[in-house]
Design a protein around this ligand. Structure first.
Ligand code: BEZ
Ligand code: FE
Length: 291
């Protein structure tokens, strides 16, 4: 006859489960992978204990992640949206890009960049048919000490007047409101485009459901995206936002930094203009103390 047992007496206590997993992970050959996985498990287990996670709740969590995977395809990256709306993308950017003082701050990449956009000459209209209020953008690319970064490769992309990126529209024959430009020998650039407006991130999937369930809106303040690359300089991914935008304080993806907010004044002909000073960090410059 078996001795009397309390229910589940054969299960290790919760604390020992965490210890058992961490001991198993201790054999991971790659030290960085060992550190990352051990910390992840320790924090996940602490979270489950903290909220006393029920089995039904964890099943709902797995269902949510499954739907997030199913919503992801070549054109839609629901996991990036999830990371962005949880602030994890912006935290990772901040941990890795707060370096030399005086350099332009970085922000989220987002899911709408397209590699290999058309290269257009300085002065071109990158809208390429996208609707919106005309706007000119001019600026310079330089180092923190003023050194011009000649020939910097500048990717720009933005939403149109309806708040849509070209990749969200069916049937377009060419890219719109995105281009690759090359700064001149003095690091100067200028181009025409349309005025960015606030837009809602895609919220018809599981991430949108989560935003609704947590009483959050999906809006981002108006912005123009930049990726600036030059040999010997750290690649910068950033935005320029519009002063006065109603969503500057509640960006759905936490990407606003005050230093990135600029004036886009209206000109006598009704168009708008913005000046953008891009300051790059030298490759290999020492990191500041990380937060
Ligand atoms: C964007 O600015 O394009 C973006 C960033 C994060 C999530 C969705 C869109
Ligand atoms: Fe955007």
């Amino acid at each position: 006859m078996n001795p009397p047992t309390t229910p589940a007496a054969h299960l290790p206590p919760p604390h020992d489960i965490t210890r058992a997993v961490l001991e198993r992970l201790a054999a991971t050959p790659d030290p960085r992978l060992r550190q990352v996985m051990s910390s992840l498990v320790a924090h996940l287990h602490a979270f489950a204990r903290d909220v006393q996670l029920t089995e039904a709740e964890w099943f709902a969590g797995i269902e949510f992640l499954t739907r997030t995977g199913h919503a992801t395809n070549e054109w839609r990256q629901e996991f990036i949206l999830l990371s962005d709306t949880l602030g994890l993308s912006m935290l990772t950017v901040a941990l890795n890009h707060d370096r030399t003082p005086g350099c332009t701050e970085a922000t989220v990449f987002g899911p709408f960049h397209v590699e290999g956009a058309p290269e257009l000459p300085l002065g071109a209209d990158v809208a390429q048919g996208a609707q919106g209020v005309p706007c000119t953008v001019s600026g310079t690319v330089r180092g923190a000490d003023g050194t011009p970064v000649g020939q910097a490769v500048i990717d720009v992309w933005q939403a149109d007047a309806e708040g849509l990126y070209d990749v969200q529209r069916d049937g377009l024959e060419q890219h719109q409101a995105r281009a690759v430009l090359r700064a001149d020998a003095q690091g100067r650039f200028h181009f025409r485009t349309v005025l960015p407006v606030p837009y809602a991130i895609p919220d018809d999937g599981p991430v949108g459901d989560l935003l609704k369930a947590t009483g959050r809106h999906p809006w981002r303040p108006a912005h123009l995206h930049f990726r600036v690359q030059a040999p010997g300089w750290r690649t910068l991914i950033t935005h320029v936002f519009r002063q006065g935008d109603p969503y500057l304080d509640s960006d759905a993806v936490f990407g606003v930094r005050p230093s990135l907010v600029a004036d886009w004044p209206q000109q006598p002909d009704g168009s708008h203009a913005v000046a953008v000073d891009i300051v790059l960090d030298r490759e290999g410059s020492p990191p500041e103390v990380l937060r």
